[in-house]
Design a binder for this molecule. Structure first.
Ligand code: FAD
Length: 420
């Protein structure tokens, strides 16, 4: 089969690949985006049925297109996918779906890379890995299959009906874990929720959504997580019109809170004695945002309504004051465990020298240590917002600029000197 030649091969047509296409087109750089499934597939099949965006429609979007819903509403997962498809259409992105890139290797003795795909071989001068931050669901090998408990990752959870009857243990209390636990509780299940370190910004404060506050306070643009907070998740929810994640309220509605999940042995799961500390540091994060917001309002003389009740917390529930250290799963009636503990990288197809010993990409703002290879959509790629819709757009612009700069060097022609 003939080898196809492209200037830039973009792998993945989620929001990252689409944003990349827009900025490459703006530079007039020929490119091809290949996607193994459908455009924005992960929003369709890797999210639970009732999921809505964490940020309001005015915020969680690309600059060039509004959602077709009220700006303060939270788009459903299908609406987000439809939005990205519409965006790809609008910019006429050259996307080929149903094509998996199986390997990319450096071409020997000449510039560029060879990609072997399920639809043939493609040579490209530049490759952008736009496969995002959420590639391989993590289910730690803690509870063996022989335990007879149904285990799944949050990305495979769709709705309560899919689970066997019985209580559910949700491990991880970031945005996914808390929303799934809440939905399961509302469906009438007994629910246990293991809570690790987290940030939980107020959904809104003094009339402004937390996305607005993080924006004006410069927190989406932070270049790196604060030291010691690298593994702190963020617990926010746009469900039911949006509300602040409040662990005391979850407990009041019947969810049993637990500390970080620890080892499992002979039907018993153990939990770290850190629940109170995790709740307290989440509270401290919440209160510090209120303080920063108040200071911002005062400094800029903004006329936003005071909200003293935002500082009032309900008393700690019994499960926090008297935490459970271990649970015999069968006795608690637990038949399912949902692991909402995040994702790992999966760059097995990218066989170039740009990964450290733990498989993490070596790069600077997405420009990899292998010249000609770029990453897009990584967590904290250039800033906190990098893996989100609005943030990836800016990183894609930066990468397109870098590719254009490299191309302009290659286009350089030495002037022909006139004879004397
Ligand atoms: C539960 C959840 C909720 C989220 N909610 C929000 C939110 O409300 N707002 C927000 O801004 N962000 C949100 N995010 C973060 C982020 O916006 C999404 O994860 C988004 O899908 C990331 O887009 P992406 O293009 O970087 O990666 P993906 O959407 O993961 O796209 C990567 C694409 O690459 C394809 N691919 C991978 N490998 C190959 C290969 N070898 N060959 C061909 N194709 C390949 C995949 O099929 C996939 O379609 C959420 C994330 C999660 C997990």
């Amino acid at each position: 089969m003939a080898i196809e030649e492209v200037e830039v091969l973009v792998v993945g047509a989620g929001q990252a690949g689409i944003a990349m296409s827009e900025h490459l087109s703006a530079h007039g750089v020929p490119h091809l985006v290949v996607e193994r499934d459908r455009i924005a597939e992960r929003w369709r099949s890797w999210r639970w049925d009732s999921l809505v965006a964490n940020g309001p429609a005015w915020h969680d979007r690309f600059p060039g297109l509004d959602f077709d819903i009220a700006p303060d509403a939270f788009a459903g997962k299908e609406e987000v996918a439809d939005y990205l498809v519409a965006y790809a259409d609008k910019i006429d992105a050259p996307i080929r779906t149903g094509v998996t890139v199986e390997s990319v290797r450096k071409l020997e003795g000449r510039s560029g890379f060879r990609a072997e795909t399920t639809a043939g071989t493609i040579d490209a001068r530049y490759v952008v890995a736009a496969t995002g931050a959420f590639q391989k669901p993590i289910i730690p090998p803690v509870v063996p299959e022989s335990a007879g408990v149904h285990q799944l990752h949050s990305s495979s959870y769709h709705n309560p009906e899919q689970l066997p009857d019985g209580a559910v243990l949700v491990i991880g209390a970031g945005s996914s874990g808390v929303q799934i636990a809440d939905e399961l509780r509302q469906s009438g299940r007994s629910v246990y929720l293991a809570v690790g370190p987290h940030d939980r910004p107020p959904r809104s404060y003094r009339g402004r959504d937390f996305c607005w506050w993080l924006g004006v306070l410069g927190k989406w643009d932070m270049a790196a997580p604060p030291r010691g907070a690298e593994h702190v998740t963020i617990a926010v929810s746009g469900a039911h019109g949006g509300h602040t994640v409040d662990f005391r309220d979850l407990a009041a509605r019947g969810i049993t809170l637990l500390g970080m999940a620890g080892p499992y042995e002979n039907g018993v799961m153990n939990f770290a004695p850190d629940l109170r500390a995790n709740i307290e540091s989440g509270d401290a994060n919440y209160l510090s945002m209120l303080d920063e917001a108040d200071a911002y309002i005062a400094r800029n003389g903004l006329d936003l309504p005071e909200e003293p009740q935002a500082r009032v917390f309900a008393p700690d529930p019994e499960c926090v004051t008297n935490p459970i250290g271990s649970l015999e799963l069968a006795q608690a009636g637990i038949t399912s465990i949902i692991w909402a503990v995040g994702f790992a990288f999966d760059f097995g197809w990218l066989q170039v020298d740009t990964f450290d010993d733990s498989g993490r990409p070596r790069h600077q703002r997405g420009v990899s240590s292998e010249p000609g290879v770029y990453f897009l959509g990584l967590p904290w790629q250039s800033r906190r917002g990098s893996s989100f819709i609005w943030g990836v757009w800016h990183d894609a612009k930066y990468l397109a600029d870098q590719i254009a700069i490299q191309r302009s060097y290659l286009a350089y022609q030495a002037p022909v000197l006139a004879d004397h």
